[in-house]
Every structure is written in structure tokens, then in C-alpha cells.
Design a protein around this ligand. Structure first.
Ligand code: NAD
Length: 528
């Protein structure tokens, strides 16, 4: 067989991936290639596999005249210039699913270690003691597992806990009910999970919404025998609050693989405690995860060679030049509109409606913009980047219906794009255009003019004297400065909305305090 494709393996990856690839491609392994050598030789290759050592920079890509695919054996792609690759029509793929089982198994290890006090029992025996009574444990059987985040890893933890005869309750506001039922978990709210679970396990990405998701109030809700584990990202559990909860026996124990600072400070208070197990961010570190990453990216390249489309493409497909010129000014707007409304709507998005008006509505194929809206809408709550290629698949998996419409009238603007998100109990829309940069001109029924960027805040409130002042005062009390303020209302004394751009992130606790103010219907923090 003539091997048409030449692939460079620039970082050490598992042999199995290389073996598979060699069946269909000419493979050169050079794991000590220097950045200069890479720039000089990259034009010889059609594919490259890297881990994190090799940087696939713009300079490399500019010289990569024959490259079709850049594959990252692993998850993060900080070492690859995605924009440069997209511009040159080169596909970038990764292997986000390669670590799911490995992390799920580490979580199981931590759950069992907490239940049976394994780490301190081990230490005690090695210290020459024989303290059988001190290490009375509990079974997992018939206990309730509380899963926060039912994605790739959370669902694998549930599967394994079922084998231990546990019941599972889950909190994941973005997962459709039908999918949860198929996975054998009962979806409920966070409070119910915290109040009823014997073992709580966290598998959400770190987002503004999940930052300190578990803090003092949440520990108060838990059983005093509850165990909690975090193998997701540091910062989801408030470590100060965790310390207090453990020290005061407010909960039974905890196990962490990830920390607010990594490594934690040498004098971290957590080190004083006996009822916590700490591992050094190793949940994803197994030989099998590394092997699987290599096999998955090799399979992606093989798929491409055989004429198929790889599953984990991280950048956009190539579109013709004329369409690209016409639609590219709206990429940022679409992404921001999607992100804005999905963070602002209450509950999980069931329908996304995108209406293009004016000049833009005359373009034949707006698929790439619709995909960019979806990308913006789902990225705030998923851990690995969704892109224009996989956006529609992800929307389908998540039970989000997409509708696209066109109108000729753009209300005096050249073009307008309106995105509306509907959940079971709420709907929220934002409409905008590009005037040098993305601008949102209408939020629900209110005209505003905001640049959707950075830390933002929306409040819906009663249009009476003092409402705006009370909100501003609360922000001021916590040192959150308002950069830009836009207000709109339906009628004098009616319902009003304010959209603020802030100089720093607004803590969840402050949002809750504003929400509790008289005359405020709703307060929402957004990160764009
Ligand atoms: P995923 O994207 O497949 O799943 C995340 C789930 O969290 C999704 O179902 C999403 O709907 C849900 N979610 C998002 N926001 C939520 C919220 N506010 N409340 C409840 N649920 C919410 O991600 P994954 O691959 O399962 O990864 C889960 C976590 O594990 C991520 O934080 C990831 O970075 C981390 N991770 C850690 C390691 C490690 O070495 N410790 C390795 C791999 C992944």
C-alpha cells in the first residue's frame, strides 16, 4: 500500500498509537526536534502529533504548506496556535475522553479511602501503632452518591458506584432529563444533593458559576457524616470554608486532587487535618490514559486519511473566501451573544432561536455563524472547548433545539443578529450588531448599548426611586466598581433592566445579596 500521508510524532506518545498509524501513514518519530528544526521541516509533513512540549506556533504553521492535521495527545491545546491553524485550513484535534475512566477510578479510590480511613490507617501502622478501633469505617453500599456535574467523568463515577450498590442523585442544570434517566441517576437541585448525599463528588468545569460552588452555606446543608471529593478543578470548593467544616466536624471528611493554588502553600491549614486526603493533581495520570490519548489521536488521523471527519476537531472547517469575508466580522458578536444569553437565562437551555436581519440575512450560508452562537452558548458550562465543527453535535447531545430565521428589516442598522434562549421556566434574548466591535443593542424588550466583554452584571428590578442606588451601593460595599451602566424600562414605574460592565468579577455572595434586595427581581453575573 502506498502511504500517502507523512506524520511527524514530535513528542513522546504511547507506542500503540504509533503502531496503528504506521499501518496507513509514513511516521517519523523525533521527540527531540527543536523549534528551529520544526519550522524548517514542517512543510514535509501532512500531520503532526504533539503533547505539551512542542509548540505549534504561527511561525511553524506559516511554513506548514502541506499540513492537514495537528493532533494533541491529551486535552489542553495552549501550545497550538488555533487561529493560525484555522486560517490556514489545518484541523486541530485532541483527545478529551482519554482521561475520563482514569479520573473516575481515582475518584473511586478517594471515596473508598475516605470511607475506610485508609491513608491514616496506613500511616498509623507505619508509625508502629495498632489502632483497630480508631479506624471504624462505613460501607458504600446503600449510601447515596451526590454527583455535581454529569459529564464524561461524572457519568463514569456513577457507573462504578452502581456496582457498589449505591443510589445516585445528580445536580447538573445543563443535562436533559432524558439523558440523566438513561444514565440511571435522578436529576435534582443542588440543595437536595447536598442535604441527602453521603458521598458528594464534583465533576464540573471551573466557571464563574462554579467558583466556590461549595462554601460555608453548602457545608451547613450537608450531613455531618458526609464525605466530599473534588477531582475536577481547584476553586470549586472554597478551601477556607472546607477547613472550617472539617475542623469543626461539620462533615465527615474530604479528599482533594485539585487546589485553589497548585501546589498548595507549604503552610496550608489543610495539612493540619486528619480527616482530609490530598493527592497532587494525579487523577488523570495513568499509563492507560496516556496510551488512550495516543490511540485516540492516531485514530483521528486515520479517519482523516480514510476520508472521514475526526470527532474532536477544535477549530472551524474551511469556508470559501467570499463567505469568510462576509461573515467573519460577526464571529465575535455571535460567540458573545450565545455566551450572554446562556448565562443570563434561568435553567437549562432547551431552545436557541437565531434571527438574522438586514444585509447579513442575504448571505446564503450562515451555518458557520449559527454554530458560533451555539459554541458561545455551551462553552461556559463545558470543560473542553466546543467549536464551530462540533457545536451542533454537542447541542443535540444536550437536547438543545436550534432554529434559524431571517428578516429583511434591521430596524435602521445594516445588520442585526438576535439570539433567544428558552428554558423550561424562562426566556432571555439579546440582539446586537458589529460596529467596529460586537455590541448588544437590545436585551429582552429593552434597548441598551453595551460592549459584551469582561465582567458583566444584569439586574431586573422595579422602576422606582432608589432601586438603582441600592444595587450600586451593594456593589460599592464590596469594592466592585461599575465601568459602564445601561438601563432600560418598559414604562415609567414598570419593570426595568440594568446591564453593567464591572472592573472586576462580582462574587456569587454579592449577587445573592443583590438578589435579596427589595424591588430586585433577578440578579445575574456574567463572564464574557
Ligand atoms: P464535561 O464537560 O464532560 O462535563 C462537565 C459537566 O458539568 C457537564 O455535564 C455540564 O453540564 C456540567 N456543569 C457545568 N456547569 C455546571 C454547574 N454550574 N453545576 C452543575 N453541573 C454543571 O467534563 P469532564 O470531562 O467530565 O470533566 C469534569 C471536570 O474534571 C472538569 O473540571 C475537568 O477539567 C476536570 N478534570 C480533572 C482532571 C484531573 O487531573 N484532576 C483530569 C481531567 C478532567
Amino acid at each position: 500500500m502506498v502511504k500517502m500521508m507523512k506524520v511527524l510524532v514530535a513528542d513522546a506518545i504511547n507506542e500503540k498509537g504509533i503502531e496503528n498509524l504506521e499501518k496507513v501513514a509514513e511516521v517519523l518519530v523525533d521527540t527531540s526536534i527543536t523549534p528551529e528544526q520544526l519550522v524548517d521541516t514542517i512543510h514535509e509533513y501532512n500531520g503532526i502529533i504533539v503533547r505539551s512540549r512542542t509548540k505549534v506556533t504561527k511561525e511553524v504553521i506559516d511554513n506548514a504548506d502541506n499540513l492537514k492535521i495537528i493532533a494533541r495527545a491529551g486535552v489542553g491545546v495552549d501550545n497550538i496556535d488555533l487561529n493560525a491553524a484555522t486560517e490556514k485550513g489545518i484541523m486541530v484535534v485532541n483527545s478529551p475522553e482519554s482521561t475520563s475512566i482514569t479520573v473516575a477510578e481515582h475518584t473511586m479510590g478517594l471515596l473508598l479511602s475516605m470511607a475506610r480511613k485508609l491513608t491514616i490507617a496506613d500511616k498509623s501502622v507505619k508509625d508502629g501503632k495498632w489502632e483497630k478501633k480508631k479506624f471504624m469505617g462505613v460501607e458504600l453500599r446503600n449510601k447515596t452518591l451526590g454527583v455535581i456535574g454529569m459529564g464524561r467523568i461524572g457519568s463514569q463515577v456513577v457507573n462504578r458506584c452502581k456496582a457498589f450498590e449505591m443510589d445516585a442523585l445528580a445536580y447538573d442544570p445543563y443535562l436533559p432529563e432524558e439523558v440523566a434517566t438513561q444514565m440511571g441517576v435522578e436529576l435534582t437541585d443542588l440543595e437536595t444533593v447536598l442535604e441527602n448525599a453521603d458521598f458528594i463528588t464534583i465533576h464540573v468545569p471551573l466557571t464563574p458559576e462554579t467558583k466556590h460552588l461549595i462554601s460555608t452555606k453548602e457545608f451547613e446543608m450537608m450531613k455531618d457524616t458526609a464525605f466530599i471529593t473534588n477531582c475536577a478543578r481547584g476553586g470549586i470548593i472554597d478551601e477556607d470554608a472546607l477547613y472550617e467544616a472539617l475542623k469543626n466536624d461539620k462533615i465527615g471528611g474530604a479528599a482533594l486532587d485539585v487546589y485553589e493554588d497548585e501546589p498548595p502553600a507549604e503552610d496550608s491549614k489543610l495539612f493540619e487535618l486528619d480527616n482530609i486526603i490530598l493527592t497532587p493533581h494525579i487523577a488523570a495520570s495513568t499509563k492507560e490514559a496516556q496510551r488512550d490519548a495516543a490511540i485516540i489521536v492516531a485514530d483521528e488521523i486515520i479517519k482523516l486519511i480514510e476520508g472521514g471527519t475526526p470527532n474532536n476537531v477544535l477549530n472551524m472547517p474551511r469556508i470559501d473566501n467570499i463567505t469568510y469575508q462576509e461573515v467573519s466580522p460577526y464571529f465575535e458578536l455571535c460567540e458573545k451573544l450565545g455566551s450572554f444569553i446562556s448565562q443570563a437565562v434561568n435553567g437549562k437551555v432547551k431552545d436557541l432561536e437565531i434571527i438574522y436581519s438586514g444585509e447579513i440575512a442575504k448571505i446564503d450560508n450562515l451555518d458557520i455563524l449559527t454554530r458560533t452562537v451555539i459554541q458561545g452558548a455551551v462553552n461556559p458550562f463545558l470543560s473542553s472547548p466546543v467549536n464551530a465543527v462540533n457545536a451542533t453535535i454537542v447541542a443535540k447531545e444536550r437536547g438543545i433545539n436550534i432554529t434559524e430565521g431571517r428578516k429583511t428589516n434591521a430596524k435602521g442598522y445594516e445588520s442585526l443578529i438576535r439570539v433567544k434562549a428558552k428554558s423550561e421556566s424562562d426566556e432571555f434574548s439579546a440582539e446586537g450588531t458589529t460596529l467596529h466591535e460586537a455590541r448588544i443593542l437590545k436585551v429582552n424588550d429593552y434597548w441598551v448599548d453595551v460592549i459584551p466583554k469582561g465582567h458583566m452584571f444584569i439586574a431586573k428590578y422595579e422602576d422606582i426611586p432608589g432601586s438603582i442606588g441600592a444595587i450600586g451601593t451593594k456593589l460599592g460595599e464590596y469594592g466592585v466598581n461599575i465601568g459602564i451602566m445601561q438601563v432600560g424600562r418598559d414604562k415609567k414605574g414598570g419593570r426595568a433592566i440594568m446591564v453593567l460592565t464591572l472592573d472586576k468579577e462580582i462574587p456569587n455572595s454579592v449577587i445573592k445579596e443583590i438578589q435579596a434586595l427589595d424591588n430586585v427581581y433577578e440578579a445575574i453575573g456574567l463572564e464574557l
